[in-house]
Ligand binder design. Structure first.
Ligand SMILES: C[S@@+](CC[C@H](N)C(=O)[O-])C[C@H]1O[C@@H](n2cnc3c(N)ncnc32)[C@H](O)[C@@H]1O
Length: 249
């Protein structure tokens, strides 16, 4: 089995590549950056801003992006209009420790090293190489708020262009799985993919919404997964299928 990983965001792909092919070097470098916050002259917040500035100036060390991800508010990436990473530091936490980080990075690397190719292309360009027999998984930017610029991603993806790309996969007999929005409580997010596609929408129960819980409400979040019908027909039943069926729209 060979895996091709792609995201338009080059620093994200550089980080994934380092985590998979050079996990020990990544952990070592992250440890240096992470420890740097404790004796930084202006304090740990200034240290974060200094690393963010380096990153926005084009510094390409994967450990820097990882540190920003681990150290920023709610671990949520935010980009400004100029494309700069502009999320603030979490003032109460110091970010994942290098030891905890190693517990995620090392198993990820042993699963994928030697079996993975990396690229940072637009998804339409990337999909050109797909062939019958391949399975494509896509997790495009959240559609729910696509009418406004979404600061979570360096780029959005238009519904129409995306639907067209999926249609093209179908016409080439390529199987796919797509995570595409969902619902929380009574509220549904995003438009369904066109019914003309030969795929099935499965609603996966993702648990209680932490955002709603914070607001004192209980709301279950469902994530929509579109599965090409041929792939579904060939799939073995999953142990938790009853939970999935319960949630079918
Ligand atoms: C919902 S996130 C994927 C998150 C990922 N599955 C994870 O678990 O970390 C959507 C991703 O789509 C990427 N993206 C946005 N526009 C793209 C494009 N035109 N081609 C390829 N990737 C794109 C963004 O950079 C972002 O990382």
């Amino acid at each position: 089995m060979h895996y091709l990983l792609n995201d338009l965001n080059t620093p994200v792909m550089r980080l994934l590549e380092e985590a998979i092919t050079q996990p020990r070097r990544l952990i070592r470098e992250y440890e240096k950056v992470w420890k740097g916050q404790f004796d930084y002259p202006g304090g740990h917040l200034e240290h974060y801003y200094a690393i963010r500035e380096l990153f926005n100036a084009g510094e390409t060390m994967p450990a820097h992006m990882l540190y920003l991800l681990a150290r920023c508010v709610k671990g949520s990436v935010r980009y400004g209009r100029d494309g700069n990473f502009n999320q603030s530091p979490d003032k109460r936490r110091h970010g994942t420790s290098p030891q905890t980080l190693a517990l995620s990075v090392l198993p990820l690397s042993s699963l994928l090293t030697g079996k993975t190719t990396f690229s940072a292309l637009d998804y339409r360009e990337f999909l050109k190489q797909a062939q019958p027999g391949d399975v494509v998984y896509m997790d495009p930017p959240y559609q729910g708020v696509s009418s406004v610029r979404d600061t979570r991603y360096i780029s959005g993806v238009s519904y129409e262009a995306f639907a067209e790309a999926v249609e093209d996969l179908e016409s080439r007999n390529i199987d796919y799985l797509i995570s595409y929005d969902g619902s929380c409580g009574e509220k549904a997010y995003g438009k369904d993919l066109p019914t003309s596609l030969r795929c099935t929408k499965v609603m996966l129960k993702a648990g209680l919404s932490s955002q709603a819980t914070l607001l004192g409400r209980k709301a279950v979040t469902y994530e929509a997964l579109y599965v090409s019908n041929r792939l579904l027909a060939n799939a073995r039943p999953l142990p938790q299928q009853e939970t999935f069926l319960e949630a079918l729209a």
